[in-house]
Write a protein that binds this ligand. Structure first.
Ligand code: HPA
Length: 257
């Protein structure tokens, strides 16, 4: 049994001894780092590939998640850089995802293409409540200031949204916008993994709160500030022997028809 961190924009590794491994899946090969923390092997996967080379709509999400499954991962914390369309959440803030809305268009979205009959996956709790609660608790020790929970709006990208789109997401109770959490969270559920996503707000979304253009340096500063504390927090959660899959329903989300 192993645990994993998926690093999004700005989070490309975790400090410590690690070795690289290539995992071959039926969807493609995936490079991961395997680090040892307090005697336990933790898998680190850079979502966009090493050196941030894969754009959001072309990420091989199925290969990434299947690679984790093949490595016997049961729990995944993912980091995501997101824009804010909620006035309570400002650049630099950290939020924990509680639900999502899917506005993606062309990416493969499932492992179930009919080969094993018809399957539907329960999405009443996309993010593992046990992992969310543990993150809130552990965050206090690590001085990670969580601003609140968030509904993640996933867009197709790679373009940013129009002001009219952001106005629509805001009116419909989206809190943060990104391009990668779907289908990642969905595929995790299809594989019976416990999954939680931590958002680092890098900007206000287009036309929201400020007319400023997207500032790449600002994004990187917000990430650098937070990433060590977040990964430290996650590693300590992973080293708690009481972390298991018994107090949630993540393992049982797929339904046969
Ligand atoms: N929109 C979509 N994805 C993003 C944004 C945004 O404003 N900021 C960081 N990722």
């Amino acid at each position: 049994m192993r645990r994993a961190i998926i690093g999004g924009t700005g989070v490309y590794g975790v400090e410590g001894d690690s070795r690289q491994e290539t995992v071959v899946t039926e969807y493609g090969a995936v490079e991961v780092d395997i680090l040892t923390y307090k005697g336990q092997e933790i898998v680190f996967l850079a979502r966009h590939g090493k050196g941030h080379s894969v754009p959001p709509h072309l990420i091989n999400y199925r290969a990434n998640m299947m690679a984790l499954k093949q490595l016997e991962v049961t729990h995944v914390y993912a980091t995501c850089a997101v824009g804010s369309c909620n006035k309570e959440y400002a650049p630099g803030d950290i939020v924990v995802m509680r639900d999502f809305m899917d506005f993606t268009k062309v990416r493969p979205i499932t492992f179930y293409e009919g080969q094993d009959g018809v399957k539907h996956t329960d999405m009443s709790e996309p993010y593992c409540h046990d992992m969310v609660e543990r993150f809130y608790k552990e965050s206090i020790k690590h001085n990670v200031k969580i601003k609140g929970n968030a509904v993640y709006v996933c867009t197709e990208g790679p373009r940013f949204e129009t002001a009219a789109e952001i106005d629509f997401y805001h009116r419909n109770k989206g809190d943060v916008v990104g391009m990668t959490n779907v289908p990642e969270v969905v595929l995790a559920k299809e594989l019976g993994l416990c999954y939680s996503a931590i958002g680092i707000i890098t900007n206000y979304c287009t036309g929201f709160m400020s007319e400023e253009e997207m500032d790449h340096e600002g994004i990187m500063e917000a990430m650098a500030d937070n990433k060590e504390r977040i990964t430290g927090c996650v590693l300590d959660i992973f080293s708690d022997a009481s972390l298991n899959q018994e107090s949630c329903r993540c393992k049982h989300a797929v339904m046969n028809l």
